[in-house]
Design a protein around this ligand. Structure first.
Ligand SMILES: Nc1ncnc2c1ncn2[C@@H]1O[C@H](COP(=O)(O)OP(=O)(O)OP(=O)(O)O)[C@@H](O)[C@H]1O
Ligand SMILES: [Mg+2]
Length: 249
């Protein structure tokens, strides 16, 4: 839980720091598209076309400066089945992103919002990606799920995408009044150490209200604790990126 919320708000906060961001909505529910105010009739050549047809998708510019989106069309719901018979079915997204019609735009980061569950859509994301950011909900004992996910990342790395790595683990929906939150957070840090971001996303009502206004929380209520947490997270993610690229000051 927290994937789409993080995709939208991290993308927005990174764009606000001057990066040029492409967000790919790979979930048939289309929550990332809705959350950015893109109506259903505006979702034309999106991730479904990208995966199943040989048409270059043209990202749409969102009203967030520096943030473009490949939306999820309603047809994406059938892609999981259609992909089964398509050649190079695990590589469709990777191949398509390489030949993206970027309209002269060079993206510094591409973020992919995954659907729930592990099917061919998620697999396409893992094959196309350099790294995986894993949100960890601090509300129930979710560590078991995460160790399973890390096994899957290792499998994909071994068989399909040798350069895949864990970008980081993000503690989210943290509630100070809930003892379990502290417990899950401490456990995660004990187990995954430096992989866990210092920034913790609090459980914050403004975060959950924002999508129904078609806005990232940064635009809906910039001063809210949720928005501020995503700003700090973007700083951490970009800093890690610079360090990995060896360009940190
Ligand atoms: N930090 C938060 N504080 C309060 N509500 C949150 C927070 N993060 C997410 N939510 C809410 O929790 C719900 C699930 O979050 P989200 O849609 O980001 O999860 P998801 O992992 O994308 O789910 P799915 O697997 O269904 O795509 C949403 O209604 C969202 O608004
Ligand atoms: Mg989602």
């Amino acid at each position: 839980m927290g994937k789409t919320t993080t995709a939208i708000n991290l993308a927005t906060a990174m764009a606000a720091s001057g990066e040029s961001i492409l967000l790919v909505d790979l979930d048939p529910q289309g929550n990332a598209s809705t959350g950015l105010g893109i109506q259903r009739n505006e979702r034309k050549t999106g991730s479904y076309a990208l995966l199943t047809q040989n048409v270059p998708a043209s990202p749409i510019r969102t009203y967030v400066p520096g943030l473009s989106l490949i939306p999820a069309e309603p047809d994406l719901a059938g892609a999981e089945i259609e992909l089964v018979t398509i050649p190079r079915r695990e590589f469709r997204l990777r191949d398509a992103l390489r030949s993206l019609n970027t309209d002269g735009q060079a993206y510094t980061y591409v973020l992919i919002d995954c659907p729930p569950g592990l099917g061919l859509l998620t697999l396409n994301a893992l094959v196309a990606a350099d790294s995986v950011l894993v949100p960890l909900q601090c509300e129930f004992f979710a560590l078991e799920g995460i160790t399973q996910l890390i096994r899957i990342i290792d499998m994909v790395k071994r068989d399909l995408n040798p350069s895949l790595r864990l970008e980081g683990i993000l503690l989210t929906m943290f509630d100070r009044r809930n003892n379990l939150s502290e417990l899950v957070a401490a456990d995660a840090r004990g187990f995954f150490g430096q992989e866990v971001y210092e920034t913790v996303i609090p459980r914050n009502i403004r975060i959950s209200e924002a999508p129904s206004h078609g806005k990232p929380v940064l635009l809906y209520d910039f001063r809210s604790p949720g928005a501020q947490a995503y700003v700090r997270l973007a700083g951490e993610v970009l800093e890690r990126g610079r360090r990995a690229a060896g360009t940190a000051p």
